[in-house]
Ligand binder design. Structure first.
Ligand code: AMP
Length: 411
């Protein structure tokens, strides 16, 4: 290993824990894996190291702490001696509320503040707290850093983040738009600046992160000024199983006319809607593309709505930003689906977008670069890398009292 410093990146979900060991300076991935079905009957852990994929069962109802114990006992020691090269642990935390506009070194006060944010992200933040507590137990000597999905959007102006509701709901309960996917939008912003040869604090882009979850962000001078997700990840674009924007009156209609309960409405809007709900077939873009090509009307309609709604957001963000240096596609769909990119840009010719068909078809499976013609408004595909951002932030915040822990000492 030329640079032996490594960061363990943990991404705790409600029933899963993703882990990765990354060189924070080059982004090289030494290990990646996931503990899945946690708290359920048959949890598993699978991981990839040295080009080999392995998996194992875990005891019934195993928790995040059990995955981390397995990681220490069975994986790290046997995988290129990674454990001795770890300088810090970086955690993805979904919600940092208004408290965190940057990544932070975790101490008791920070952990308590993350706990306070559970009210804003009841599905996500409890898992992050569990992961952090388990990592402190397993690695008592390693500094731990929290990297927040919401942090990048803390630069949004008030007129973009306040809902048109009684102001006291914001003042007394923090109900406002926060935005998510900030780590991905930030990565894309920094990379777009490099590709466009602009200083990052001068770059203006529209970043469309299109995966199972999807959001779009308007970035002025390197800072988020508006984004499509709100208090929760439900607002905004059509997603795999989420509705995105709907008329709030629909919720009252569901409750009062169709006898839906709150839990059922939550399930409907978060898990049964979006591409899955429209197509009555699948939430997976690839499956829908194939079905649409074979004449499945629902799949075609789902893709049409997904692209149309996205194009409307892009057009509105042209109004938000006076200058747009590039439109960027990222995430599983944005990086791979030439069809979605083509359909979206077809709505936007009035704004000067023109697709280069050959470039568009080439841009997939991790390829980066422009997909527009020379005379078009610039359109780029940039594969996102949230784990690398987490590893970089973590290394830069880790106190330099461990060997190689000081990023300033790197070559
Ligand atoms: P993510 O959540 O970022 O992993 O993205 C998952 C989404 O990307 C799913 O809807 C996949 O169907 C979609 N996706 C991945 N590869 C392709 C591909 N080659 N063509 C179309 N969609 C893809």
């Amino acid at each position: 290993m030329s640079n032996p410093s490594r960061v363990l990146v943990l991404n705790s979900g409600s029933s899963s824990l993703k882990f990765a060991v990354i060189d924070p300076y080059s982004g090289t991935l030494d290990l990646s894996g996931i503990g899945d079905a946690l708290g359920q009957d048959e949890p598993t852990v699978s991981w990839k190291c040295d080009g080999r994929t392995q998996s194992s069962g875990l005891p019934a109802e195993a928790q995040h702490s059990d995955v981390i114990r397995f990681l220490v006992d069975e994986i790290l020691s046997k995988c290129a001696d990674l454990q001795e090269h770890l300088i810090a642990v970086g955690h993805r935390v979904v919600h940092g509320g208004e408290k965190f506009s940057h990544s932070v070194l975790i101490d008791d006060a920070v952990l308590n503040t993350i706990r306070d944010c559970i009210a804003l992200a009841p599905l996500h933040n409890p898992a992050a707290v569990q992961g952090i507590e388990a990592a402190f137990n397993a690695f008592p000597d390693l500094p731990q850093v929290a990297v927040f999905d919401t942090a990048f959007h803390q630069s949004m102006p008030r007129h973009a983040y306040i809902y048109a509701l009684p102001y006291e709901l914001y003042r007394d309960h923090g109900l406002r738009r926060y935005g998510m996917h900030g780590t991905s939008h930030r990565f894309v912003t920094e990379r777009a600046a490099e590709l466009l040869n602009l200083p990052v604090n001068e770059v203006n882009i529209i970043s469309a992160h299109l995966g199972n979850g999807a959001s779009i962000t308007a970035i002025r001078d390197g800072h988020s000024v508006d984004t499509s997700m709100g208090l929760t990840p439900l607002e905004g674009l059509v997603m795999g199983t989420r509705s995105g924007d709907v008329d709030p009156g629909l919720i009252m209609h569901l409750a009062s006319r169709l006898d839906y309960r709150v839990k059922e409405i939550n399930e409907l809007l978060n898990r049964k809607s979006g591409l899955l709900g429209i197509s009555e077939l699948s939430s997976d873009c690839r499956a829908l593309e194939q079905a649409a090509a074979e004449g499945h009307d629902g799949a075609q309609l789902a893709l049409d709505i997904f692209c149309y709604r996205l194009a409307k957001y892009i057009a509105s963000y042209h109004g938000v930003l006076s200058q747009v240096d590039a439109l960027v596609f990222t995430g599983g769909i944005g990086e791979n689906s030439s069809l979605v990119r083509e359909k979206v840009l077809a709505h936007l010719d009035g704004l000067g977008y023109e697709l280069d068909m050959a470039r568009n078809l080439r841009a997939r499976f991790g390829e980066e670069g422009p997909i527009s013609t020379e005379r078009s408004a610039v359109t780029l595909v940039i594969p996102t890398n949230e784990e690398w951002v987490i590893a970089r932030d973590t290394a830069s915040l880790a106190p330099p009292n461990r060997p190689n822990g000081d990023p300033s000492s790197r070559e």
